[in-house]
Design a protein around this ligand. Sequence first.
Ligand SMILES: [Zn+2]
Length: 255
Amino acid sequence: MLVDSHAHLMFPQFRKDLDDLLARARAAGVGRIVNVGTNLDTSRAAIALAEAEADVFASAGFHPSDSAKADESALKKLPALLKHHRVVAVGETGLDFYRKYAPREVQERAFRAHIRLAREMALPLIMHSRGAETRVLDVLAEEGGSEVGGVMHCFGGNVEGAKRAVDLNFYLGFGGIVTFKNSGALEVALDVPAERLLLETDCPFLAPVPKRGKRNEPAYVRYVAECFADAGWGDTEDVCRQTTQNAQTLFGLTS
Ligand SMILES: [Zn+2]
């Protein structure tokens, strides 16, 4: 079995063929999907899908790109969503200094609020970080994020950053980028301790080779597993078994 630890099935790219997509994922051996919310609407929709599909789980939170929406009254609505029995994590949250969706202070205020909520609810965190790996880890350390742990999804930092994340009790998620030649991500990923590695798609974005440039979907997480196997990590079944166990340990994905 495989787990797609980071998907966005509520995005409009999937509106027309979600049932077929889930069937393809199951046929590819993807037995669990963490469907990640990015604001109140997508979080609520993710929960509704998780109620309907036993192998799909939800998270709730505000993506850094939506952090301007995460004002006090919006944040007050999150705990009710996080209490839902199909919600397995807080997020995605974090910082994005690359696209600069919102001023740094606004992003950071929302991120800190998410960490506090995760601690209150005893839920792991799902972090987005782009051009901000060091700052994300600094804020996590300051706010006690290690207490609940979580994942640095689509990790784009270097080997030192990955080591620090592991030391702070976090997992590292890798997807299609490890299959892109010369991205450098595979070298970082191969250095991560086996028990801290998660696989993901981040679909609809970042489809792995040989689907690069197409719409991504959970079934393609198998290409990411095969990439690790080809790089000498172990055979594909070892990669699947270990990363599935890791996702189960972090998120507790029991239907
Ligand atoms: Zn995401």
